[in-house]
Design a protein around this ligand. Structure first.
Ligand code: MN
Length: 193
């Protein structure tokens, strides 16, 4: 099985002015495509892994008997493909509020505003490239944390509910070093809340 870019449900310019069209185009058609290509390259050596769902593959990565370099390649590129596919799904020009998730967030974090503050603080304080997540843990609890590089929450058995790409490639053209401004703008294109 060969992986490919998922269809984008909106135009590159649909998230303007919050996420600019050129960033969307490069992010989707170049950065994401590279993760897909490199994922296919490493899986071509392991046909027995090629049909496993990527979340399962990542969850069990440390138990696989592969050279460390190939485990790293899978962590980076299976993670990169999953993370970006998820990111495109949760953003859009129109809100599609998830009221169940909203209620759960309000129960745990007191209010959506307090949740946004906690999530933004995690995203802002993450050093270097990576992602900030709201996840559901194995026992159902919600949790906010950041991961480096393309590390997926599935690596530790968690399920992503919300994820924000804080690599500079996600915002540098429009926001340069102003990650805080990017985070604030991103809430406006996150469909779920
Ligand atoms: Mn990215």
């Amino acid at each position: 099985m060969q992986y490919s870019l998922p269809k984008l449900e909106f135009d590159y310019k649909a998230l303007e002015p919050h996420i600019d069209a050129l960033t969307m185009e490069i992010h989707y058609s170049k950065h994401h495509q590279t993760y897909v290509d490199n994922l296919n390259k490493v899986l071509a050596q392991y046909p027995e892994l090629a049909n496993k769902p990527l979340p399962d593959l990542l969850k069990n990565l440390n138990r696989l008997e592969l050279p460390e370099a190939d485990k790293t390649a899978l962590r980076n590129h299976a993670g990169g493909h999953l993370n970006h596919s998820f990111f495109w799904q949760i953003m859009g020009p129109k809100k599609q509020i998830d009221s169940q998730l909203t209620r759960e967030i309000e129960n745990k974090y007191h209010s959506l505003g307090d949740f946004r503050d906690a999530f933004a603080a995690a995203a802002l304080s993450h050093f270097g490239s990576g992602w900030t997540w709201l996840v559901r843990g194995a026992t159902g609890e919600l949790n906010i944390y950041s991961t480096p590089n393309q590390n997926s929450p599935y690596l530790t058995g968690d399920t992503p509910l919300i994820g924000l790409d804080v690599w500079e490639h996600a915002y540098y053209l429009k926001y340069q070093n102003r990650r805080a401004d990017y985070i604030q703008a991103w809430w406006l294109v996150l469909k779920l809340l």
